[in-house]
Design a protein around this ligand. Structure first.
Ligand code: ATP
Ligand code: MG
Ligand code: FE
Length: 336
Protein backbone atom coordinates (compact mmCIF):
# COMPACT_ATOMS: atom_id res chain seq x y z
CA UNK A 1 0.00 0.00 0.00
CA UNK A 2 1.17 3.53 -0.79
CA UNK A 3 1.04 6.01 2.10
CA UNK A 4 1.38 9.76 1.74
CA UNK A 5 3.22 11.20 4.75
CA UNK A 6 2.88 14.84 5.82
CA UNK A 7 5.15 16.54 8.38
CA UNK A 8 4.94 20.13 9.65
CA UNK A 9 5.64 19.94 13.40
CA UNK A 10 8.51 22.44 13.48
CA UNK A 11 10.37 24.19 10.67
CA UNK A 12 10.32 21.64 7.85
CA UNK A 13 7.35 21.31 5.52
CA UNK A 14 7.63 17.77 4.19
CA UNK A 15 5.64 15.29 2.10
CA UNK A 16 6.59 11.82 0.92
CA UNK A 17 5.19 8.70 -0.67
CA UNK A 18 6.29 5.36 0.81
CA UNK A 19 5.27 1.82 -0.19
CA UNK A 20 4.44 -0.67 2.58
CA UNK A 21 6.30 1.36 5.19
CA UNK A 22 9.72 0.61 3.72
CA UNK A 23 10.23 1.79 0.13
CA UNK A 24 10.54 5.54 -0.50
CA UNK A 25 9.06 6.71 -3.81
CA UNK A 26 9.51 10.41 -3.05
CA UNK A 27 10.60 12.51 -0.08
CA UNK A 28 10.32 16.29 -0.46
CA UNK A 29 11.51 18.55 2.36
CA UNK A 30 11.29 22.37 2.41
CA UNK A 31 13.33 23.84 5.25
CA UNK A 32 12.68 27.27 6.76
CA UNK A 33 15.99 27.35 8.63
CA UNK A 34 17.46 30.34 6.79
CA UNK A 35 14.62 32.59 7.88
CA UNK A 36 14.58 31.46 11.53
CA UNK A 37 18.37 31.84 11.72
CA UNK A 38 17.84 35.61 11.69
CA UNK A 39 16.15 35.28 15.09
CA UNK A 40 18.44 32.63 16.63
CA UNK A 41 15.66 30.04 16.82
CA UNK A 42 12.32 28.96 15.38
CA UNK A 43 9.66 31.69 15.57
CA UNK A 44 6.38 29.74 15.84
CA UNK A 45 4.13 32.29 14.13
CA UNK A 46 6.47 32.65 11.15
CA UNK A 47 6.87 28.87 10.97
CA UNK A 48 3.11 28.20 10.70
CA UNK A 49 2.70 30.88 8.02
CA UNK A 50 5.51 29.37 5.94
CA UNK A 51 3.99 25.89 6.27
CA UNK A 52 0.64 27.24 5.04
CA UNK A 53 2.36 28.85 2.04
CA UNK A 54 4.45 25.79 1.14
CA UNK A 55 2.34 22.75 1.83
CA UNK A 56 0.22 22.53 -1.36
CA UNK A 57 3.30 22.80 -3.56
CA UNK A 58 5.32 20.30 -1.50
CA UNK A 59 2.39 17.85 -1.64
CA UNK A 60 2.11 18.17 -5.42
CA UNK A 61 5.84 17.74 -5.83
CA UNK A 62 5.81 14.58 -3.68
CA UNK A 63 3.15 12.95 -5.86
CA UNK A 64 4.90 14.08 -9.03
CA UNK A 65 8.31 12.76 -8.00
CA UNK A 66 6.74 9.48 -6.91
CA UNK A 67 5.02 9.28 -10.30
CA UNK A 68 1.70 8.25 -8.78
CA UNK A 69 -1.72 9.90 -8.97
CA UNK A 70 -3.65 10.61 -5.75
CA UNK A 71 -6.07 7.75 -6.59
CA UNK A 72 -3.28 5.23 -5.96
CA UNK A 73 -2.55 6.54 -2.45
CA UNK A 74 -4.03 4.17 0.15
CA UNK A 75 -3.89 6.43 3.20
CA UNK A 76 -2.88 9.94 4.28
CA UNK A 77 -0.58 9.94 7.34
CA UNK A 78 0.18 13.14 9.20
CA UNK A 79 2.16 14.27 12.26
CA UNK A 80 -0.40 15.44 14.85
CA UNK A 81 1.86 15.57 17.96
CA UNK A 82 4.14 16.71 19.52
CA UNK A 83 5.33 20.02 18.08
CA UNK A 84 4.45 23.69 17.65
CA UNK A 85 0.67 23.75 17.73
CA UNK A 86 0.15 26.25 14.91
CA UNK A 87 2.57 24.27 12.72
CA UNK A 88 0.95 20.92 13.48
CA UNK A 89 -2.47 22.36 12.66
CA UNK A 90 -1.37 23.36 9.14
CA UNK A 91 -0.30 19.81 8.29
CA UNK A 92 -3.22 18.17 10.06
CA UNK A 93 -5.85 20.38 8.43
CA UNK A 94 -4.28 19.91 5.00
CA UNK A 95 -4.30 16.14 5.56
CA UNK A 96 -7.91 16.19 6.75
CA UNK A 97 -9.05 18.14 3.69
CA UNK A 98 -7.16 15.80 1.38
CA UNK A 99 -8.36 12.61 3.06
CA UNK A 100 -11.97 13.84 3.11
CA UNK A 101 -12.07 15.06 -0.47
CA UNK A 102 -10.29 12.02 -1.88
CA UNK A 103 -12.08 9.50 0.34
CA UNK A 104 -8.85 8.17 1.92
CA UNK A 105 -8.26 7.02 5.50
CA UNK A 106 -6.53 9.59 7.73
CA UNK A 107 -3.73 8.19 9.92
CA UNK A 108 -2.43 10.20 12.90
CA UNK A 109 1.32 9.81 13.55
CA UNK A 110 3.32 10.73 16.65
CA UNK A 111 6.43 12.62 15.50
CA UNK A 112 8.88 10.57 17.60
CA UNK A 113 7.37 7.31 16.36
CA UNK A 114 8.13 8.72 12.91
CA UNK A 115 11.76 9.41 13.81
CA UNK A 116 12.11 5.78 14.96
CA UNK A 117 10.48 4.55 11.71
CA UNK A 118 13.21 6.25 9.66
CA UNK A 119 15.20 3.14 10.57
CA UNK A 120 12.63 0.82 8.93
CA UNK A 121 13.21 2.62 5.63
CA UNK A 122 16.97 2.27 5.82
CA UNK A 123 17.09 -1.26 7.23
CA UNK A 124 14.70 -3.78 5.64
CA UNK A 125 15.64 -6.41 8.24
CA UNK A 126 14.88 -4.27 11.30
CA UNK A 127 11.77 -5.28 13.21
CA UNK A 128 10.60 -4.66 16.77
CA UNK A 129 11.34 -5.42 19.51
CA UNK A 130 14.45 -3.27 19.92
CA UNK A 131 15.76 -0.53 22.18
CA UNK A 132 15.93 2.95 20.64
CA UNK A 133 17.78 6.09 21.63
CA UNK A 134 15.70 9.03 20.39
CA UNK A 135 17.76 12.23 20.39
CA UNK A 136 16.34 15.29 18.69
CA UNK A 137 15.86 19.02 19.02
CA UNK A 138 13.16 18.65 21.66
CA UNK A 139 13.58 15.15 23.10
CA UNK A 140 16.09 12.70 24.57
CA UNK A 141 14.59 9.33 25.38
CA UNK A 142 15.56 5.71 25.69
CA UNK A 143 12.54 3.82 24.39
CA UNK A 144 11.59 0.15 24.30
CA UNK A 145 10.02 -0.36 20.86
CA UNK A 146 7.83 -3.32 21.86
CA UNK A 147 6.02 -3.49 18.52
CA UNK A 148 5.48 -1.09 15.60
CA UNK A 149 2.84 0.71 17.65
CA UNK A 150 3.68 -0.05 21.33
CA UNK A 151 6.40 1.85 23.17
CA UNK A 152 7.73 2.21 26.71
CA UNK A 153 9.95 5.11 27.75
CA UNK A 154 12.62 3.88 30.18
CA UNK A 155 14.87 6.96 30.27
CA UNK A 156 14.43 10.65 29.54
CA UNK A 157 16.16 13.99 29.91
CA UNK A 158 15.33 15.90 33.07
CA UNK A 159 16.11 19.26 31.45
CA UNK A 160 17.52 20.10 27.99
CA UNK A 161 17.21 17.74 25.03
CA UNK A 162 20.48 16.63 23.44
CA UNK A 163 19.87 18.72 20.30
CA UNK A 164 18.99 21.72 22.43
CA UNK A 165 22.26 21.30 24.37
CA UNK A 166 24.21 21.10 21.09
CA UNK A 167 22.48 24.21 19.75
CA UNK A 168 22.97 26.23 22.94
CA UNK A 169 26.64 25.25 23.30
CA UNK A 170 27.10 26.10 19.62
CA UNK A 171 25.51 29.52 20.08
CA UNK A 172 27.91 30.28 22.96
CA UNK A 173 30.79 29.41 20.64
CA UNK A 174 29.53 31.73 17.92
CA UNK A 175 27.81 29.34 15.49
CA UNK A 176 24.49 30.39 13.91
CA UNK A 177 21.27 28.49 14.74
CA UNK A 178 20.89 25.52 14.70
CA UNK A 179 24.54 25.00 15.53
CA UNK A 180 24.53 21.22 16.11
CA UNK A 181 25.98 20.37 12.69
CA UNK A 182 28.60 23.16 12.83
CA UNK A 183 29.65 22.04 16.32
CA UNK A 184 30.02 18.49 15.00
CA UNK A 185 32.27 19.71 12.15
CA UNK A 186 34.44 21.78 14.51
CA UNK A 187 34.65 18.83 16.91
CA UNK A 188 36.22 16.72 14.18
CA UNK A 189 39.13 19.17 14.05
CA UNK A 190 39.56 19.45 17.84
CA UNK A 191 41.14 17.47 20.68
CA UNK A 192 38.43 15.65 22.65
CA UNK A 193 40.71 15.30 25.66
CA UNK A 194 41.45 19.04 25.91
CA UNK A 195 38.68 19.83 28.41
CA UNK A 196 37.22 17.64 31.09
CA UNK A 197 33.53 18.52 31.33
CA UNK A 198 31.48 17.18 34.26
CA UNK A 199 29.31 14.07 34.10
CA UNK A 200 25.84 15.05 35.37
CA UNK A 201 24.46 13.16 38.37
CA UNK A 202 20.87 11.99 37.91
CA UNK A 203 18.77 9.74 40.13
CA UNK A 204 17.10 7.69 37.36
CA UNK A 205 19.47 5.02 36.04
CA UNK A 206 18.79 5.73 32.37
CA UNK A 207 17.84 9.41 32.64
CA UNK A 208 19.84 12.31 31.21
CA UNK A 209 20.66 15.87 32.19
CA UNK A 210 22.44 18.22 29.79
CA UNK A 211 21.90 21.69 31.23
CA UNK A 212 24.96 21.52 33.55
CA UNK A 213 27.15 20.49 30.66
CA UNK A 214 25.85 23.40 28.60
CA UNK A 215 26.66 25.75 31.52
CA UNK A 216 30.17 24.30 31.73
CA UNK A 217 30.75 25.20 28.08
CA UNK A 218 29.42 28.72 28.67
CA UNK A 219 31.71 29.14 31.72
CA UNK A 220 34.73 27.86 29.81
CA UNK A 221 34.04 30.38 27.04
CA UNK A 222 33.56 33.24 29.50
CA UNK A 223 36.72 32.39 31.45
CA UNK A 224 38.77 32.41 28.26
CA UNK A 225 37.21 35.75 27.26
CA UNK A 226 38.02 37.24 30.69
CA UNK A 227 41.64 36.19 30.39
CA UNK A 228 41.68 37.71 26.94
CA UNK A 229 42.74 34.32 25.63
CA UNK A 230 41.71 33.11 22.20
CA UNK A 231 38.83 30.67 22.48
CA UNK A 232 39.93 27.10 21.59
CA UNK A 233 36.60 26.51 19.83
CA UNK A 234 37.48 23.23 18.10
CA UNK A 235 38.80 21.70 21.34
CA UNK A 236 35.75 22.78 23.33
CA UNK A 237 33.46 21.32 20.63
CA UNK A 238 35.38 18.05 20.57
CA UNK A 239 35.38 17.74 24.39
CA UNK A 240 31.69 18.64 24.67
CA UNK A 241 30.65 16.25 21.89
CA UNK A 242 32.73 13.47 23.42
CA UNK A 243 31.00 13.94 26.78
CA UNK A 244 27.47 14.03 25.32
CA UNK A 245 28.18 10.94 23.21
CA UNK A 246 29.65 9.21 26.26
CA UNK A 247 26.57 9.88 28.41
CA UNK A 248 24.10 8.82 25.70
CA UNK A 249 26.10 5.70 24.90
CA UNK A 250 26.58 4.74 28.56
CA UNK A 251 22.87 4.94 29.42
CA UNK A 252 21.72 3.17 26.25
CA UNK A 253 24.10 0.27 26.79
CA UNK A 254 23.20 0.03 30.49
CA UNK A 255 19.50 -0.14 29.60
CA UNK A 256 20.20 -2.74 26.89
CA UNK A 257 22.14 -4.88 29.36
CA UNK A 258 19.52 -4.66 32.13
CA UNK A 259 16.50 -5.15 29.89
CA UNK A 260 18.08 -7.83 27.71
CA UNK A 261 18.10 -6.09 24.32
CA UNK A 262 20.61 -7.21 21.69
CA UNK A 263 19.25 -4.92 18.98
CA UNK A 264 19.67 -1.15 19.31
CA UNK A 265 18.68 1.79 17.12
CA UNK A 266 19.12 5.55 17.18
CA UNK A 267 16.69 8.17 15.86
CA UNK A 268 16.17 11.95 15.64
CA UNK A 269 18.27 14.86 14.41
CA UNK A 270 21.19 14.21 16.76
CA UNK A 271 21.57 10.67 15.39
CA UNK A 272 23.47 12.48 12.59
CA UNK A 273 26.22 13.38 15.06
CA UNK A 274 29.56 11.84 14.04
CA UNK A 275 30.84 11.49 17.61
CA UNK A 276 27.71 9.66 18.73
CA UNK A 277 27.63 7.41 15.67
CA UNK A 278 31.31 6.55 16.05
CA UNK A 279 31.18 5.82 19.76
CA UNK A 280 27.99 3.75 19.58
CA UNK A 281 29.29 1.75 16.61
CA UNK A 282 32.51 0.96 18.43
CA UNK A 283 30.89 0.04 21.77
CA UNK A 284 28.18 -2.10 20.13
CA UNK A 285 30.82 -3.95 18.12
CA UNK A 286 32.74 -4.67 21.34
CA UNK A 287 29.61 -5.90 23.12
CA UNK A 288 28.25 -7.92 20.18
CA UNK A 289 25.11 -5.81 19.85
CA UNK A 290 23.36 -5.06 16.54
CA UNK A 291 23.20 -1.29 15.98
CA UNK A 292 20.92 0.41 13.45
CA UNK A 293 21.54 4.03 12.48
CA UNK A 294 19.41 6.06 10.08
CA UNK A 295 21.23 7.46 7.02
CA UNK A 296 22.06 11.17 7.43
CA UNK A 297 19.31 12.06 4.95
CA UNK A 298 16.63 10.59 7.25
CA UNK A 299 17.89 11.82 10.65
CA UNK A 300 16.14 15.20 10.54
CA UNK A 301 12.43 15.83 10.04
CA UNK A 302 11.00 14.40 6.80
CA UNK A 303 7.76 13.05 5.38
CA UNK A 304 9.05 9.55 4.58
CA UNK A 305 9.43 8.64 8.25
CA UNK A 306 5.83 9.77 8.86
CA UNK A 307 4.56 7.73 5.89
CA UNK A 308 6.52 4.71 7.14
CA UNK A 309 5.10 4.87 10.66
CA UNK A 310 1.71 5.79 9.17
CA UNK A 311 1.67 2.44 7.34
CA UNK A 312 2.16 0.55 10.58
CA UNK A 313 -0.41 2.67 12.44
CA UNK A 314 -2.86 1.95 9.60
CA UNK A 315 -2.15 -1.79 9.84
CA UNK A 316 -2.85 -1.59 13.59
CA UNK A 317 -6.18 0.14 12.91
CA UNK A 318 -5.13 3.48 14.37
CA UNK A 319 -7.11 5.92 12.27
CA UNK A 320 -8.33 9.48 12.87
CA UNK A 321 -11.70 11.07 12.18
CA UNK A 322 -12.15 14.61 10.96
CA UNK A 323 -12.58 15.76 14.59
CA UNK A 324 -9.00 14.69 15.44
CA UNK A 325 -6.93 17.49 16.97
CA UNK A 326 -3.24 18.39 17.13
CA UNK A 327 -1.45 18.11 20.48
CA UNK A 328 1.61 20.20 21.37
CA UNK A 329 2.99 17.82 23.96
CA UNK A 330 2.23 14.10 24.09
CA UNK A 331 4.20 11.10 25.43
CA UNK A 332 5.08 8.53 22.77
CA UNK A 333 3.43 5.67 24.63
CA UNK A 334 -0.02 7.30 24.60
CA UNK A 335 -2.25 7.72 21.58
CA UNK A 336 -4.15 10.97 22.14
P1 ATP B 1 11.71 16.96 17.92
O1 ATP B 1 11.95 15.88 16.94
O2 ATP B 1 12.18 16.64 19.31
O3 ATP B 1 10.30 17.47 17.88
P2 ATP B 1 13.00 18.65 16.03
O4 ATP B 1 12.10 17.95 15.08
O5 ATP B 1 13.12 20.13 15.96
O6 ATP B 1 12.61 18.22 17.51
P3 ATP B 1 15.08 17.18 14.77
O7 ATP B 1 14.76 17.75 13.44
O8 ATP B 1 14.82 15.77 14.99
O9 ATP B 1 14.44 18.05 15.93
O10 ATP B 1 16.61 17.47 15.06
C1 ATP B 1 17.13 18.76 15.01
C2 ATP B 1 18.23 18.83 16.03
O11 ATP B 1 19.31 17.98 15.64
C3 ATP B 1 18.82 20.22 16.15
O12 ATP B 1 18.96 20.51 17.52
C4 ATP B 1 20.17 20.08 15.44
O13 ATP B 1 21.16 20.96 15.90
C5 ATP B 1 20.52 18.66 15.80
N1 ATP B 1 21.55 18.11 14.90
C6 ATP B 1 21.47 17.91 13.57
N2 ATP B 1 22.64 17.41 13.10
C7 ATP B 1 23.48 17.31 14.16
C8 ATP B 1 24.82 16.85 14.34
N3 ATP B 1 25.54 16.42 13.32
N4 ATP B 1 25.33 16.89 15.58
C9 ATP B 1 24.60 17.32 16.64
N5 ATP B 1 23.35 17.76 16.53
C10 ATP B 1 22.78 17.74 15.32
MG1 MG C 1 13.92 21.28 11.99
FE1 FE D 1 11.98 15.93 14.82
Amino acid sequence: MLVLGIESSCDETACAVVRDGREVLSNVVASQIEEHRLYGGVVPEIASRRHAEAISQIYRQALEEAGVPLEEIGAVAVTYAPGLIGCLLVGLNFAKGLAYSAGKPLVPVHHLRGHIAANYIAHPDLQPPFLCLVVSGGHSHIIEVLSYTAFRVVGRTLDDAAGEAFDKAARTLGFPYPGGIALDKAAQRGDKGAFSFPTPKVAGKYDFSFSGLKTAVINTAHNAAQRGAELPVDDICASFQEKVADILCHNLLAAARDLGYKTLAVAGGVSANSGLRGKLSERCREEGLALYLPPLSLCGDNGAMIASQGYYEYCAGNLAGLGWNAVASLPIDLVG
